[in-house]
Design a protein around this ligand. Structure first.
Ligand SMILES: C[C@H](O)[C@H](O)[C@H]1CNC2=NC(N)=NC(=O)C2=N1
Length: 114
């Protein structure tokens, strides 16, 4: 059971190669808390992805830097595609080749940067 406290106030936990992938129930519950994110699958790996739009490249780059700072704070890192007026952020947990609670926490924290 996932506590329904606000995701963005939580910290990522250290996870290792044998941490469990998120359960179907927890995925549904946590996805409800970050509804702007798509559940996507790439190379058999489930990920959380969202597109953020901006006026120009400078604003996109500024947001990119702030997402990078968040990643360093959490010790958890996304894939970031930075384009003119658009940033695509994709979260997943590399070491378990899929989604962990940490990815939903970071998605919520990413939303708070906009
Ligand atoms: C040693 C270092 O903490 C680990 O490699 C971290 C770094 N950031 C990470 N980020 C993500 N998204 N998944 C990981 O498994 C991961 N592992």
């Amino acid at each position: 059971m996932i506590a329904m406290t606000t995701l963005k106030t939580q910290q990522c936990e250290a996870c290792n190669a044998d941490s469990p992938l998120i359960s179907d129930q927890d995925r549904q519950e946590l996805h409800r808390q970050v509804p702007g994110w798509m559940l996507v699958e790439e190379d058999g790996i489930e990920k959380l992805q969202r597109h953020f739009t901006f006026k120009n490249f400078v604003q996109a780059l500024d947001f990119t830097h702030r997402v990078g700072d968040l990643a360093e704070q959490e010790g958890h890192h996304p894939a970031i595609l930075t384009e003119y007026g658009k940033v695509t952020v994709t979260w997943w947990t590399h070491k378990i080749h899929g989604l962990h609670r940490n990815d939903f926490i970071c998605a919520a924290k990413t939303d708070a940067l906009v």
